[in-house]
Design a protein around this ligand. Structure first.
Ligand code: SOE
Length: 375
């Protein structure tokens, strides 16, 4: 089977993660388009392919799939051009700066008839699929409560600058749009529930920050020469949610929680049992009952087919975030080849996430419950 021809737009941390996943799943990287030609050329030297001068030159290389890994405000222009060219697209979240833009792109992808996905990659930890399959089979009983956190600390330093701080580049929500969207997508995916309303409060750690963009997780650079600007977007959010079937949920989202690196954690409590997943410890899942608790380890005790499909290595040979990312890219490419892999996050899921972000941001502004657009 010929390798798919793949191009990447973007040269930052997440673009490098995409390039690694493309190599892992056998994609052929034709080249990289950066914000400046020299950046694309430098990245291509490390990742493969060539640097492109512009989008036209990228499209002239006839890629089968293009990964858009650029600042949020540039997602829609690139995606519109790629869909118009009939190219399959992987677009980093958030798909659009708001629900309207995200739904426009999802509709364009549907009309173009091409595969279009969003890397909600936490769906691809094998034990996430195990929990999902047990919930679907009634293993937890009726869902009563869902709660958790998504905590990081890479924005804690007041000197840390990032393009996401500028609403013109990142959108009106920062921390929740960036990582709260992952938590909501994952909990809806696992539980089968759909959020219908949100009540949120946002907080800022620092009223101003330097203008610029350090790599995510890169740490603040205390330099004098960078100009300072006031901050409008949140570092943290505390959100109460309610699902259409009336299940209450809550999530704490923060990028200023010292010592927390990428701690996405959820608990689903049902009438028969509870399940806990910690993305920083993806090789185990905790199940609780009133008669005791147990810890299940990946690839042990007769994995469900959904888990087994994603087990690349035997028990005890740990799989992690990079493997989940690669499994997402592999499923995207399988879909490009005409298959229908289970649980692939498409532009419709990206639009769903944007609707939730819109409701959460509206609630933080109104200090009232806000409805999530039905989708
Ligand atoms: C930065 O917060 C970030 O890289 C997010 O943009 C990713 O979506 C998340 O998976 C890890 O953290």
């Amino acid at each position: 089977m010929n390798a798919l021809r793949v191009a990447i737009i973007g040269t930052g941390m997440i673009a490098e993660v995409h390039a690694r996943a493309v190599r892992m799943v056998g994609g052929r990287l034709t080249g990289v388009l950066g914000s400046r030609p020299e950046r694309g050329a430098q990245a291509a030297q490390r990742w493969g392919g060539r640097g492109y001068l512009d989008l036209e030159e990228l499209l002239a290389d006839v890629p089968d799939v293009v990964h858009v890994c650029t600042p949020n405000a540039t997602h829609a222009p690139y995606v519109r051009a790629l869909l118009a060219a009939g190219v399959a697209v992987v677009c980093e979240k958030p798909l659009g700066l708001d629900g309207a833009e995200a739904h426009e792109l999802a509709d364009l992808a549907r009309r173009a008839g091409v595969v279009a996905t969003v890397p909600f990659v936490y769906r691809y930890h094998p034990l996430v699929r195990e929990i999902r399959s047990r919930v679907a089979r009634g293993g937890l009983g009726r869902v009563l409560l869902m709660h958790g956190t998504y905590l990081q600390d890479w924005m804690l330093d007041a000197h840390t600058a990032n393009w996401r701080v500028d609403p013109a580049l990142g959108g009106g929500s920062r921390a929740f749009a960036d990582i709260g969207s992952h938590w909501c997508d994952l909990v809806e995916f696992v539980s089968g529930e759909r959020f219908e309303a949100a009540s949120a409060q946002f907080s800022l750690a620092h009223p101003e920050r330097p203008i610029g963009s350090d790599h995510a997780f890169g740490g603040g650079v205390a330099t004098a020469e960078r100009p300072i600007a006031p901050v409008e977007t949140e570092d943290a959010a505390i959100v109460a949610l309610r699902t259409r079937s009336g299940v209450p949920a809550s999530v704490v989202v923060s990028q200023v929680s010292a010592g927390r690196k990428n701690r996405l954690w959820f608990e689903i409590d049902g009438t028969s049992a509870s399940a806990v997943f910690d993305q920083e410890a993806p090789e185990t899942v905790w199940f609780g009952t009133t008669n005791g608790a147990s810890v299940l380890r990946r690839a042990e005790a007769e994995p469900s087919p959904e888990q087994a499909r994603l087990n690349a290595f035997p028990a005890g040979h740990a799989q992690g975030w990079g493997d989940a990312f690669a499994a997402f890219v592999a499923d995207t490419y399988a879909a490009v080849r005409g298959e229908a892999p289970d649980g692939l996050p498409t532009f419709d899921d990206g639009a769903r996430a944007a609707d939730i972000v819109d409701a959460v941001r509206a609630s933080a502004l109104s200090a009232s419950w806000e409805a999530v657009a039905a989708s």
